[in-house]
Design a protein around this ligand. Sequence first.
Ligand SMILES: C[S@@+](CC[C@H](N)C(=O)[O-])C[C@H]1O[C@@H](n2cnc3c(N)ncnc32)[C@H](O)[C@@H]1O
Length: 309
Amino acid sequence: MASYHEPVLLKEVLEGLNIRPRGCYLDLTLGGGGHAEAILKRLDPDSGLLAGADQDEEALEFSKNRLSSYSSFHAYYGNFGESPLWEKVDPLAPFDGILMDLGVSSHQLDEGVRGFSFSKPAALDMRMDRSSSETAWQVVNRFSERELADILFRYGEERRSRRIAKMICAHRPVETTVELAEIVRSCFPAAERRAMSLDPATRTFQGIRIYVNRELERLERGLEEAVARLRPGGRLVVISYHSLEDRIVKNFIRTESRDCLCPKNVPVCVCGHKASLKAVHKKVIIPEAQEKEENPRSRSARMRVAERL
Ligand SMILES: C[S@@+](CC[C@H](N)C(=O)[O-])C[C@H]1O[C@@H](n2cnc3c(N)ncnc32)[C@H](O)[C@@H]1O
């Protein structure tokens, strides 16, 4: 099981969710079911409940098999940024805790055919949900140079976005992950490449993946939907893996912890906004040195926990 995906910040997630044996929990990013199984082990099989969801049908199947012996587990296919999933889980709400462990699983990265990894030769796909229509191939081969540069800059925070976009357009059609990675690497002088701690293709792949899966937009919607389904005292736990996601989570919790969002110069509140959350920790939670060493993919993890008022 461990080879599918090693759950990150496991102890901290369980503490953050404040698991109660008779509680009702929702894992919106099942992946390999590692967090889910640890939650299920703490639930009373007769009165506790865990609903789990994933937009990747293969991950869902894997988790369903892994967790088939737990009668308190229910699996749902869907995206947390879209209504159909929420319609399916709504009969179980309100929840005592909701988990979002964002991004891709190790399995999705390692399984060459999905096209997420620049070190595995594969067609350019990068869809977490294989039923969605737009693949990385379309972005790389059909988008204008300007659109491509904007995606790399905005979602990959790639400073060389224009140059990379130009090179990609000059090499079209680009068919595979390794071809794309080579084109991106060629945009960096050799000395600079050697000094970089990450492969120069990392940011480009991140940018295209985030765009293809509309990860940031869905995160914003998913956070709102999740909070609306927490019972008072219920916990929202979110693990993100890059600064763009973490910024959204941090700002969301900050905004939802305030009673009024009017500009400072407005003497009396006219917005009527009421706080719905309070942050549980002042600081973001990151893995301990030992976890980072044992599971290098945990290195960039940042976890935030908020409680429903
Ligand atoms: C980091 S993995 C989760 C790993 C899991 N916590 C475990 O212990 O194995 C993220 C998973 O969330 C799924 N995912 C990402 N964004 C999603 C979204 N917007 N809606 C539903 N599932 C999503 C991915 O398909 C992937 O399987």
